[in-house]
Ligand binder design. Structure first.
Ligand code: HEM
Length: 146
């Protein structure tokens, strides 16, 4: 119960500014060039900076933040997201994203929380987020492997 309160409390303001926070999340994590190339789509990315500010990349940042938002609002019944997350894992398998990358995104999520929350970023809060994100990744990875 305490975990859920920590998560909800910290997400309240962050969740309202999904794109900027999501961008911090993705730009700080050491995107290796191979990963970045998955976001190219039709846009030509000549530099890492171009990629990070391309519309497709920003769209995806929003998508990731919306998944986290959904998990936060379904903390009491995360299993209701199971089908959605299995399917999401499967889609990433199809576009060539490894399950290891899901974990890296989790590390960036924690980093973003740390940057944004400052003093409010405590060990129990970190653990609460880690627990929730691990569940999300576990289901996505199961879908990936199917
Ligand atoms: C779709 C890449 C991690 C959520 C996609 C697509 C790509 C992609 C190429 C398809 C095109 C698009 O819709 O933009 C990646 C890479 C990741 C990553 C390279 C890790 C480095 C994640 C994570 C989440 C997520 C961790 C959620 C927690 C989504 C969603 C979609 C999507 C919601 C749309 C799926 C749909 O069309 O139904 N991702 N992704 N992605 N991704 Fe990711």
């Amino acid at each position: 119960v305490k975990d859920k309160e920590l998560i909800r409390g910290s997400w309240e303001s962050l969740g309202k500014n999904k794109v900027p926070h999501g961008v911090i999340m993705f730009s700080l994590f050491e995107l290796d060039p191979a990963l970045l190339s998955l976001f190219h789509y039709s846009t030509k990315c000549d530099s890492k900076q171009d990629c990070l500010s391309s519309p497709e990349f920003l769209d995806h940042v929003t998508k990731v933040m919306l998944v986290i938002d959904a998990a936060v609002s379904h903390l009491d019944d995360l299993h209701s997201l199971e089908e959605f997350l299995l399917n999401l894992g499967r889609k990433h398998q199809a576009v060539g994203v490894s399950t290891q990358s899901f974990t890296e995104v989790g590390e960036s999520l924690l980093y973003m929380l740390q940057c944004s929350l400052g003093q409010a970023y405590t060990a129990p809060l970190r653990q609460a987020w880690l627990n929730m994100y691990s569940i999300v990744v576990a289901v996505m990875s199961r879908g990936w492997a199917k």
